[in-house]
Design a protein around this ligand. Structure first.
Ligand code: FAD
Length: 411
């Protein structure tokens, strides 16, 4: 069994597919090593185990909306692409989405998956309640006071069977794409560009003096929809675009400033198409937004070394939060997200250079992507890392939920 991009082979001793909470309790209680699988869109072995891998393909699919409390309760294994249309049909929405609707709500929030927007937290920021199975097989609802510790927990405190998320009234978004933004304009107008919409993505191949594309997603009624032909020296796109220049534009969500429901504009990719490219690797580094100009210049200096492997580099923002292992914990965040051709040894070599360039900015790597495992001291990058390990240990003293990758990260 492989992950979505095919770079990881999961090697569990067995796969369990519980169809009820009581079956799930029994699987967890009876296994000495357990991990859960979402939709396998992570690029590393985070979801793997040499014990029991739990898949939710046979589990409850019932999405429950509580309109009086403005909450939605979502079972494990359910994807954003299933939750979003149901919310919209009932007049509701989520605050944000990642670049693709194919990922599960539980798997995505567990790694701190994010979209973009200076005012938008990552997806775990919407979690209002966590229901999970502990190492003993007990079914519990975490106390509200535990949520900052538990919202981004990498599957290490228990197996989540339902998450409840905050919802908002539905809204429309329009997406406008610009081509060829001069790099000097990006650096000198960074805040204005990143704040030009509800969600903004800057996409570059780092090949020349220009940034290839800027995708501005405007919330109708809140942000003006950009229509000008020239914007900070960039040109309004007159043809549809994919974030990856060589990929099919049909897979991308609608553009040209045409308003549509939030869930058909906030992701870059449509649910019924392959997102991104397919055969690829991804890495992602999170820094403090105030360091973004210096970090952009640091990457600019090594840009020629990226050219053979890069498919695209997407730069986004994430609002700070209070969730202990969130990559945006305690700082307004700027993100470098690289999509690479799937040449693992060459990518690993290049990552050493990128990580050295971003080291002065205390870059935090995305938990679900490829990075140099032993290059990061998580206890210095995350002020609450050691508190998290203590907290986790209270639920999992026998280390049932710790796999080999988590061990290399200090768990
Ligand atoms: C094409 C592509 C585009 C992407 N775009 C973005 C993006 O825009 N922004 C971003 O931040 N990331 C992005 N990612 C990364 C992706 O969002 C994360 O890797 C995410 O965690 C994958 O979700 P998943 O459902 O596939 O979970 P998996 O990869 O299957 O699992 C992730 C983690 O969640 C745990 N988990 C899953 N289910 C449970 C459960 N029921 N209980 C406890 N733990 C559980 C797993 O054990 C594992 O630790 C992208 C990935 C791809 C392939």
């Amino acid at each position: 069994m492989k992950n979505w991009s095919g770079n990881i082979e999961y090697r569990p001793a067995e796969i369990a597919r519980p169809s009820s909470i009581s079956e799930l309790q029994k699987v967890v209680a009876d296994s000495s090593n357990v991990r859960a699988y979402g939709s396998g869109h992570s690029f590393n072995t985070l979801a793997d185990t040499d014990g029991t891998l739990i898949a939710f393909s046979e589990f409850d699919k019932n999405i429950e909306i509580d309109s009086s409390k403005m909450l939605v309760r979502v079972p494990a294994g359910v994807r954003y692409g299933e939750v979003a249309p149901k919310l919209h049909a009932n007049g509701f929405a989520l605050r944000n989405m990642g670049s693709l609707p194919h990922i599960t709500v539980v798997g995505a929030t567990s790694t701190g998956t994010h979209g973009s927007g200076v005012g938008n937290k990552n997806l775990s920021g919407s979690i209002a309640e966590i229901e999970l199975i502990t190492a003993t097989g007990d079914a519990i609802t975490l106390d509200q006071s535990e949520l900052p510790a538990a919202r981004v927990a990498l599957g290490s405190i228990g197996i989540i069977h339902h998450l409840t998320l905050d919802i908002v009234p539905t809204y429309d978004v329009a997406q406008t794409v610009y081509f060829d933004l001069p790099f000097v304009q990006l650096i000198s107008n960074l805040d204005a560009i990143l704040s030009a919409g509800y969600s903004v993505s800057v996409l570059s191949m780092w090949g020349d003096e220009f940034v290839d594309q800027v995708w501005v997603k405007s919330k109708i009624g809140t942000n003006p929809v950009l229509t000008q032909n020239e914007w900070f020296g960039a040109k309004l796109a007159t043809r549809k675009s994919n974030p990856i220049r060589e990929a099919d534009s049909a897979a991308a969500t609608e553009q040209f400033g045409l308003p549509g429901p939030w869930f058909e504009r906030l992701p870059h990719f449509k649910l019924d198409f392959t997102p991104s490219f397919g055969e690829e690797l991804q890495t992602e580094y999170f820094i403090d937004r105030k360091d973004a100009p210096a970090a952009l210049n640091a990457i600019y200096k090594i840009r020629e070394e990226l050219s053979e492997l890069i498919m695209v580099c997407e730069m986004r923002t994430v609002a700070q939060d209070e969730n202990w292992l969130s990559e945006a914990y305690g700082r307004e965040t700027f993100v470098f997200h690289f999509t690479w051709r799937p040449n693992i040894p060459a990518v690993e070599k290049l990552l050493l250079k990128i990580e050295a360039s971003l080291e002065p900015f205390k870059a935090r790597p995305h938990w679900g992507k490829v990075f140099t495992n032993n290059a990061f001291d998580f206890s210095s990058l995350y002020p609450k890392f050691n508190s998290f390990l203590t907290y986790r240990g209270t639920y999992d003293p026998s280390r049932k939920f710790v796999n080999k990758l988590l061990e290399t990260w200090g768990f």
